[in-house]
Design a protein around this ligand. Structure first.
Ligand code: 3IX
Length: 184
């Protein structure tokens, strides 16, 4: 099987300049929603991703793999690893562009097994914008920011109105305000 990835981004894109209000390098980013499975601090068994702003318009996320995240004995579940990338890439898009967006497509290459007890260092970046479509990608390295790459992911996010979360979910319209730092 060829591992040559298809053209990325798949369409002509504009260079995505970070929003002037995007957080500065080194800023620690708390959960965007306390009950988010990816980053929330009120989700028992969640991924509890810790994110911060990296250099050169990147978002850095750390995912510590515990027994709760196993697929095979002692190894992380692939779907949860994909979830960690969804979260890290969603944060990359939301934090750098300061617009609410949802995942339209997520592709993940699993290159190495990820053992329980390891920490995945995920670095997400914006690759291009075409209208409401935002393309982003990330590498996940084992146990150090310069460790071996265990996963790679590419995603399409689609910018949505805040009403997406009130009409389709249970977000309270009173909490959904453009001045608030939320992506429910
Ligand atoms: C101060 C302001 C602050 C603002 C907020 C700021 C910050 C927030 C901060 C941080 C956020 C932090 C973290 C976020 C963390 C995690 C993120 C997790 C995200 C998720 O986990 S979220 C759940 C899973 N996600 C869904 O639940 C989506 C379900 N889905 C839909 O809701 C619709 O499907 C939707 C909306 C995607 C599109 O629907 P729609 O009707 O609006 O638009 P449409 O269909 O026209 O698509 C528009 C263009 O995208 C192309 N397109 C769409 N999908 C495609 C695909 N799969 N492949 C190829 N192209 C695709 C079309 O082809 C078209 O392209 P074109 O424009 O070229 O025609």
């Amino acid at each position: 099987m060829s591992r040559v990835p298809p053209k990325w981004p798949p369409v002509e894109v504009e260079h995505p300049a970070p929003h002037p209000d995007a957080p500065e390098q080194g800023t620690k980013l708390g959960p965007h929603y306390a009950h988010c499975f990816g980053c929330g601090d009120e989700t028992e068994g969640g991924l509890h991703l810790q994110t911060e702003c990296g250099h050169d318009a990147t978002i850095i996320a750390q995912f510590h793999v515990t027994d709760a995240h196993q697929g095979a004995p002692g190894l992380a579940h692939g779907g949860l690893l994909a979830c960690a990338f969804d979260e890290a890439l969603g944060s990359t898009v939301g934090q750098l562009l300061r617009k609410p967006a949802v995942t339209g497509k997520l592709e993940t290459d699993f290159l190495r097994p990820v053992p329980v007890g390891s920490t995945l260092h995920i670095a997400g970046k914006l690759d291009g914008v075409a209208g409401r479509k935002v393309y982003a990608s990330a590498d996940g390295r084992l146990d150090a920011p310069d460790g071996p790459i265990a996963l790679r992911a590419r995603a399409l996010f689609v910018i949505v109105d805040f009403s997406h979360f009130t009409e389709h979910g249970t977000a309270d319209p009173r909490d959904v305000h453009p001045d608030r730092d939320i992506n429910p």
